[in-house]
Design a protein around this ligand. Structure first.
Ligand code: NAD
Ligand code: GLY
Length: 360
């Protein structure tokens, strides 16, 4: 069952292909740009699993398909990996028609997208996400970046791919911990935008945890549809798109505070959603039973619901460099009634209380 979606961005519109067996189907790749050279970028974990299949599929589109394997992990989402990418492109004489393919999770996707935005001021790229998190979130919408030691995703660009290819079969090899991390971004869409979807996730959390084919297909499809709708309205995050950052302000502080790669991004977002809900409740935006409901679901998805004890001062320091902050004031995505989100500030003392209450 293949179900394509479209993200509507004028001349930068593109298809999000979702289904089983997509890598091996000629129709998946039809209509993508052709060129003499292509660079297929993956990492040391994903390349041995899927790079041969992708390279075979790309043969009709390019005379030469070059390959690059980056080191695996969030800790490598940095200048050094980007430099390796540029070194390869230049050493191999790649020109501005060269197409980049990002095969992997959000780390590879974000880095390859940023390299594509910069190389010769912009070359085409295609996202082939292989984690649940990347299929439901990071591959869609054109946010690309690397981390800086002082902040998550601080150096980057908005740059849209030409297509997103979500082959659900690739998810079968994903470790359980990464699976739960991906579920955090699936759950995120419910409280901010779609209560019916939140109800569905609650009813189907056991099926999702055992990776039931139909449940997974629906979760990926609905998540991408919500994201495409939001990004279609606000590509560069002038306002609405910020709601997709629910749980991320606290989450990014956890990731940076512990050192990138200690907690997975999805784990930090899961716990961050608990903290943001608690803050919403203390600001009387949402009732406590909703916070408890969401916390239960996040726990059932195998995610941490208590933050690490970094201390309120450290959390606040990391959150002040969040991209939503304005003039030093931290802004949070909060739940403004079930199914609705709002972006606003809160007093440091209240935020500190929430951190103390939510950390183990
Ligand atoms: P990841 O890319 O590190 O992948 C997780 C792990 O799974 C890695 O070890 C990877 O090698 C492995 N893996 C990937 N696919 C596999 C497969 N099919 N089988 C077995 N192993 C596989 O992490 P992620 O969770 O995919 O992405 C997290 C990143 O995405 C973070 O850097 C985050 O900032 C970013 N992100 C970006 C956006 C965006 O809009 N651009 C949105 C959300 C998250
Ligand atoms: N993951 C947040 C966004 O794409 O805006």
């Amino acid at each position: 069952m293949n179900q394509d979606l479209r993200i509507d961005l004028g001349e930068r519109s593109y298809a999000i292909c979702i289904g089983s067996g997509l890598l091996g189907q000629a129709s998946t790749w039809a209509g993508l740009p052709t060129s003499a050279q292509a660079l297929l970028v993956s990492n040391t974990t994903v390349a041995p699993l899927y790079a041969d299949a992708v390279a075979r599929a790309l043969a009709p589109l390019h005379t030469e398909v070059l390959r690059l394997e980056l080191p695996d992990g969030e800790a490598h989402k940095n200048w050094e990996s980007l430099q390796t990418l540029f070194d390869t492109l230049l050493a191999k004489g790649c020109d501005r028609n060269t197409v980049l393919y990002a095969l992997g999770g959000g780390v590879v996707g974000d880095m390859v997208g940023f390299a594509a935005a910069c190389y010769m001021r912009g070359v085409p790229f295609v996202q082939i996400p292989t984690t649940l998190l990347a299929q439901v979130d990071s591959s869609v919408g054109g946010k690309t970046a690397i981390n800086h030691p002082l902040g998550k995703n601080m150096i980057g660009a908005f740059y849209q791919p030409r297509r997103v290819i979500c082959d659900l079969d690739t998810l079968k090899t994903l470790p359980d911990r990464e699976w739960s991390a991906g579920l955090a971004e699936v759950i995120k869409y419910g409280p901010i935008a779609d209560l019916t979807f939140l109800d569905w996730i609650e009813s189907n959390i056991d099926a999702l945890m055992r990776r039931d084919t139909q449940a997974v297909a629906h979760a990926v499809h609905r998540s991408c549809a919500i994201k495409a709708e939001v990004v279609g309205q606000d590509e560069r995050e002038s306002n609405l798109r910020a709601i997709l950052n629910f749980g991320h302000t606290f989450g990014h502080a956890i990731e940076a505070g512990l050192g990138f790669g200690t907690w997975l991004h999805g784990e930090a977002v899961g716990c961050g959603m608990v903290m943001a809900s608690e803050l919403s409740c203390r600001l009387e935006l949402v009732e406590r039973p909703f916070v408890e409901r969401l916390t239960r679901l996040i726990a059932k998805a195998g995610l941490p619901i208590r933050g690490p004890r970094l201390g309120a001062h450290d959390y606040l320091a990391h959150m002040r460099v969040d991209k939503k902050a304005q003039a030093g004031q931290i802004r949070f995505v909060l739940i403004d009634g079930p199914g609705r989100a709002v972006v606003r500030g809160a007093d440091d003392s209240l935020v500190s209380d929430v951190i103390e209450a939510c950390c183990a």
